[in-house]
Design a protein around this ligand. Sequence first.
Ligand SMILES: CC(C)(COP(=O)(O)OP(=O)(O)OC[C@H]1O[C@@H](n2cnc3c(N)ncnc32)[C@H](O)[C@@H]1OP(=O)(O)O)[C@@H](O)C(=O)NCCC(=O)NCCS
Length: 159
Amino acid sequence: MLGAMSGEGELRIRGITKEDYDYVVSVLDRWWGGPAGQRAHPMFFYELGTDALVAEEDGKVVGFLLGFVASQAEAIGYVHLVGIDPHHRRRGVGQRLYERFEARCRKAGVRRLKAIAAVGNDGSVAFHEALGFLAEEVSDYAGPGRSRMVFTRDLTGTH
Ligand SMILES: CC(C)(COP(=O)(O)OP(=O)(O)OC[C@H]1O[C@@H](n2cnc3c(N)ncnc32)[C@H](O)[C@@H]1OP(=O)(O)O)[C@@H](O)C(=O)NCCC(=O)NCCS
């Protein structure tokens, strides 16, 4: 279990605000190391914001998680996008965000968590596997010839 500290200060996980969202949009390309601005679609703030989280350390946003609970026959907690400031990686920030999201999902009766990533995003695969997700490459997931890594984690029977 990783500790509550990211770096120098104490880490706080809280709901996203418009100011946070604006900041995330401004740093996304840098944090991803390439064009990524489109991924933080505004609907994740305006329409789905209650499950969107940020990690803050000493008043600075060092990570975020944009997710939501999809109420299908089986409720799923879906993580659309997670990103951590490159200067704050491998310090447990991503794990803390997922733990908070998972807790919110459990309260909402969610039985399965799901996330996806581009094929070849080995860091994301290693991260999700470390958090207990099963990783599977699914052909044509995002349309013809567009495979994705699909991560799932069953919440039934685990605490
Ligand atoms: C993937 C990402 C969210 C991980 O966040 P993080 O805060 O650095 O992850 P954590 O510190 O919580 O890592 C928890 C565990 O996951 C594994 N892990 C995380 N990143 C890893 C990497 N790049 N390579 C190998 N293992 C990794 C490790 O086992 C780690 O534990 P350890 O550091 O004690 O060994 C972060 O690297 C990131 O923002 N990447 C760019 C955006 C991205 O690819 N997002 C995911 C797809 S949407």
